[in-house]
Design a protein around this ligand. Structure first.
Ligand code: ZN
Length: 156
């Protein structure tokens, strides 16, 4: 983990890395997708069960660096119980936040720990690590909505 990340952000990221939320398999998932970031060697699998238009359960198994694991953990924590529409909006927002096109506080979302991901943009090589879980989730959602077979998502 980079020492120059501000201390608060670093502590939040490390906490999620050490104690990943949602690190489990989901029974009879509606959405299932795998993501890979060959640049860093990160790989993860997302499963989610949808009920009444909401994410009833979500699990992410991540094998990757601290940033990728922390980002996955934050995703699992914030997405559970949210409607598909909100998940879409949130996912798009977080992608822009990580890339540096957006600041926290510039929308209505209660970002909580997710604000820490804003710190990642200072380290371009880490941006793909932070993005992987969010990209994998949106691709999984796309496939599920279209009723298509799911392919493995890649950051490349
Ligand atoms: Zn990584």
């Amino acid at each position: 983990m980079e020492n120059t990340l501000n201390d608060l952000y670093r502590d939040i990221l490390l906490d999620h890395y050490k104690y990943p939320r949602g690190n489990r398999s989901v029974e009879s998932p509606d959405i299932e997708n795998e993501g890979q970031n060959p640049l860093c060697g990160d790989s993860l699998k997302i499963q989610a069960r949808i009920k009444d238009g909401k994410v009833e359960d979500i699990g992410i198994k991540c094998t990757g660096c601290a940033i990728c694991s922390a980002s996955s953990s934050m995703l699992a924590e914030i997405i559970i119980g949210k409607s598909i529409t909100t998940v879409r909006e949130l996912t798009n927002f977080v992608k822009r936040l990580i890339k540096g096109d957006e600041k926290h506080g510039s929308n209505e979302f209660e970002l909580g720990d997710l604000e820490a991901l804003e710190g990642v943009r200072k380290f371009p090589v880490r941006i793909k690590c932070a993005l992987l879980s969010w990209t994998t989730l949106s691709d999984g959602l796309d496939a599920w909505e279209k009723g298509e077979e799911i392919k493995v998502s890649s950051t490349e």
